[in-house]
Design a protein around this ligand. Structure first.
Ligand code: F6R
Length: 619
């Protein structure tokens, strides 16, 4: 395998298809489905390029993909070869000119790109000297002009494409069409993910399986350094100038088109919150069928375990590390992936680094794992996407079955990550013969967590809507917990910030009196997570907050006898009785609901929070 350069990436989505004239699929439908599926990756602008009868048609604009889909003439597009793009701006502001596809001077070559061309300024300078005229501020546009340059020296299209690619430094997933090769899409991958989809009478190239899964589930995951072209009937792939046989690389993936529909919900986020019982049950049974013996062995022998992740995945990592320490007494530390450098000198041969990532593509986590491996640690990927780069590059892979998560805010992947980490702890307790942990009870508790999730969803929707009505009027909120409650509080705060744009912070409750309490005034919302585990430690913190006028919301088991809850809470979200491990898995659910309904009350779109993208592949 070619070891990729470590580069920066951007967060765009790309789709391309080449179909035969006999295929019944229509160009506008394929593009519409593909762009909608990709929009979660980036959504400040979008565009398409279609080749038909020797003509290149380009439609692009700033704003959502719907603008492109609804543009005049879109439904009449009739091409056998087309590419599309959704953008999350890195080089150049969101604007029509900066939207992809980008073209050469003669508008015969169109390029869509996900990634960052690090040497684009040098290339642009050379091309400008040669007289090329640029129309955007993007790094991507140099690619179209470079191909044009090599063609002007007499190269055929594909050769010119290959020469252009060889000059690029950085990260790229590319799809290129050229009027002179009207049946083909050229593609190349380095660092940024890219897949080929093999249909009947149609082939696809895309950054995301979801964009074409409606048409085929036969895929080839491209490796760094690979390039080639697709036509309606053919896939040509090369690495380092040598042809690559794809027949042994074709995989049939289990992802049905329905699982990426909204299924009657207004938003993907709601669908994903409500399908948590299913995601948990699926993940639990998938864990039971995975052979974890090697992973358990390296964990049992590890000097130290690091669990790394970003955002929501970091919160799950924190909870996992607490479980390693509290249940098993093992040396475990959770780290934000982008801060992995803090410990890199401390990593020793035999340490284990678990990378937690829904997408398996988050660059910070990928880089942390690469560094860990270089230092001699063993790496374990805990991912929702077994075909991802993180899965491919890790020594061991543990795969969740949460199903595709489309909404930008992670929900079902948090609870399934927590379930998975606790399952590993339980199996490790069994493996090392721990006398402190009843691993059978732990596994049993995890097994029923999907039922607990179902009961929570049934019981807490109305109360969370009522809380959202209150929160929608507020500027800030605190989320407080202790021990395991801290990462859950952090996850609740992140959700509220992300999709309801309310400033929210989480603290260990005991820490709140060391500064944060200064902000408390009449009506300031404070959400306490009573996990039924060391709850008594929260009592005085609740009292302190109430005494200063805080509006207290508590998440607590309905049967709790703690007087602070009844005495000081303005609102109680009553949780069903459940074993600790099932509570750890499920207590984020009401917090997700609160954030979701608050976003709705504020008239926002929870699926597309501003400035964010689903898969963060920028350093
Ligand atoms: C928050 C959220 C992000 C991701 C983070 C890591 O709702 O979705 O914070 O959790 O970007 O992503 P993955 O898990 O794909 O590595």
């Amino acid at each position: 395998m070619v070891v990729p350069r470590i580069g920066k990436q951007s967060l765009c989505g790309i789709i391309g298809f080449a179909k035969s004239s006999k295929a019944s699929l229509r160009c506008p439908e394929i593009l519409r489905d593909g762009l909608r599926r990709l929009e979660y990756r980036g959504y400040d602008s979008a565009g398409i390029a279609v080749l038909s009868q020797g003509l290149l048609t380009i439609v692009k604009d700033v704003g959502s993909v719907e603008k492109i889909i609804e543009s005049p003439g879109f439904s009449m597009l009739d091409g056998g070869v087309a590419i599309g793009h959704t953008r999350w701006a890195t080089h150049g502001k969101p604007s029509k000119d900066n939207a992809h596809p980008h073209t050469d001077c003669r508008k015969r070559i169109a390029v869509v790109h996900n990634g960052i061309i690090e040497n684009y300024m040098d290339l642009k300078r050379l091309l400008l000297e040669e007289g090329h005229v640029f129309t955007s501020e993007t790094d991507t546009e140099v690619i179209a002009h470079l191909i044009e340059h090599f063609k002007s020296l007499g190269e055929k299209s594909f050769e010119a494409f290959k020469k252009a690619v060889s000059m690029l430094r950085g990260s790229y997933a590319l799809a290129v069409i050229d009027v002179d090769e009207p049946d083909k899409i050229f593609f190349a991958r380095n660092v940024s993910p890219l897949l080929i989809g093999l249909g009947s009478g149609v082939n696809f190239v895309s950054s995301d399986l979801a964009s074409f899964v409606k048409y085929t589930n036969r895929v080839v995951v491209l490796m760094d350094g690979e390039l080639g072209y697709i036509s309606a009937s053919d896939v040509h792939l090369e690495l380092g100038g040598k042809p690559v046989d794809i027949s042994s690389r074709i995989r049939v993936v289990e992802l049905d088109a329905q699982s990426i529909e909204k299924g009657g919900f207004h938003h993907y986020m709601a669908k994903e919150i409500f399908e948590q019982p299913y995601a948990l049950a699926q993940t639990f049974s998938a864990l039971q069928t995975q052979n974890l013996s090697e992973v358990l062995k390296i964990l049992a022998e590890a000097r130290r375990v690091y669990i790394v992740g970003a955002g929501t995945s970091y919160h799950a990592s924190l909870l996992g590390a607490i479980a390693f320490k509290r249940f098993l007494g093992l040396e475990a530390e959770a780290l934000i992936s982008s801060e992995f450098k803090v410990v890199s000198r401390a990593i020793k041969w035999g340490d284990v680094v678990i990378g937690v990532s829904q997408s398996g593509e988050t660059i910070d986590t990928l880089l942390a794992l690469r560094e860990a491996r270089e230092k001699g640690a063993k790496t374990v990927a805990l991912v929702n996407n077994p075909f991802s780069t993180i899965a491919r590059e890790s020594d061991y892979v543990i795969s969740m079955r949460a199903g595709p998560e489309i909404a930008v805010a992670a929900t079902k992947t948090f609870t399934t990550q927590v379930l998975t980490l606790l399952y590993i702890v339980a199996r490790l307790a069994e493996f090392i013969g721990s006398i402190d942990v009843d691993y059978r009870a732990l596994i049993q508790g995890l097994k029923i967590s999907h039922e607990v999730a179902q009961n929570i969803l049934k019981a807490s929707v109305e109360i969370c809507k009522a809380i959202a009505t209150e929160l929608a009027r507020k500027q800030s909120a605190y989320y407080l917990g202790r021990v395991f409650g801290v990462p859950i509080a952090m996850e609740g705060a992140l959700k509220l910030k992300e999709i309801a744009y309310i400033h929210a912070e989480a603290y260990p409750a005991g820490e709140s009196k060391h500064g944060p309490i200064a902000l408390i005034e009449n009506g300031f919302p404070v959400i306490f997570i009573y996990l039924g585990f060391l709850d008594e430690l929260l009592e005085s913190n609740v009292e302190e907050m109430k005494a200063r006028g805080a509006y207290i919301i508590t998440v607590a088991q309905g049967d709790t006898t703690l007087s602070s809850i009844a005495r000081y809470s303005n609102t109680i979200i009553k949780m069903p009785k459940a074993p600790l491990e099932a509570r750890l898995v499920t207590y984020a659910i009401p917090l997700q609901l609160i954030a979701y309904y608050t976003s709705i009350m504020k008239g926002l779109d929870p699926d597309k929070p501003r400035n964010l993208a689903k898969t963060v592949t920028v350093i």
